[in-house]
Design a protein around this ligand. Structure first.
Ligand code: 13P
Length: 248
């Protein structure tokens, strides 16, 4: 079954306004005319308008959303605000948010529900820590993250998700999961989804993230269950990001 190929760039908390603008213009000027995938940019939310105006060939996503609807929640951004900006994607449950900002499985579940309610496609991140992989617990950890994230979602809602498998030990470390390790986990994730929604699980794009770069993207993306990538460091350089996006 055909499913969407996606390459998304997570800029994290990087770049000044001028640097962001330079990168956006470079990306826009070099937008691949024959790309095989959907390309999403997720700049810091303060640059959303800048991205919409200067890189309009790309889809735009945010890196986080509030689990609350609206109101007295200083510093937060709601799903309805994201929707009102015509932004179509939002990352949820990134390991950095789980690790440093207290995003629990329950909060991630509420964030997913907010996004789906406002018609924004969530890019749901999951992935094990190094010690969990060393203890052979990676499947159990990822299964638990996914099952808790999707509690209360209808089958139709689950079908709308994009999943990103990002082993924490591969993020920003230069250490990529081997193609075998990644494919194995992606197939496992699809089997979890299959047990919930059956064959519709074949429509869900599962992205790999963690030190993905032009040198390893093609081999990873050639695997049957790896439908693209969520790119950190390499997304801050127009050349390498676009090269990755053309690795199908
Ligand atoms: P790196 O590509 O820098 O390892 O980051 C991956 C990531 O966390 C994307 O969300």
């Amino acid at each position: 079954m055909m499913r969407k190929k996606i390459v998304a760039g997570n800029w994290k908390m990087n770049l000044s306004k001028d640097e962001a603008l330079t990168l956006l213009k470079e990306l826009q000027a070099n937008f691949p005319s024959q790309n095989q995938c959907e390309i999403i940019l997720c700049p810091p939310s303060i640059y959303t308008e800048l991205a919409l105006q200067n890189a309009n060939s790309f889809n735009i996503g945010l890196q986080n959303v509030s689990d609350k609807e609206n109101g007295a929640f200083t510093g937060e951004i709601s799903a309805s605000m994201i929707q009102s900006m015509n932004v179509e994607y939002c990352i949820v449950g990134h390991s950095e948010r789980r690790q440093y900002f207290g995003d629990t499985d329950t909060i991630i579940n509420s964030k997913l529900k907010q996004l789906l309610k406002h018609n924004i496609t969530p890019i749901l991140c999951c992935g094990e820590l190094l010690e969990e992989r060393e203890a052979g617990r990676q499947n159990e950890v990822v299964q638990n993250q996914i099952e808790k994230a999707i509690v209360g979602l209808s089958n139709a809602e689950i079908e709308k998700l994009v999943i990103a498998y990002e082993p924490v030990w591969a993020i920003g470390t230069g250490k990529t999961a081997s193609t075998h390790q990644a494919q194995e986990m992606h197939a496992f994730i699809r089997s979890i989804l299959n047990s919930k929604i059956g064959d519709a699980s074949n429509k869900i794009s599962i992205l790999y993230g963690g030190s993905c770069k032009p040198e390893n993207a093609k081999e990873l993306f050639d695997s049957p269950d790896i439908d693209g990538g969520l790119i950190g460091g390499a997304a801050l350089n127009a050349n390498s990001f676009l090269q990755i996006a053309q690795s199908f």
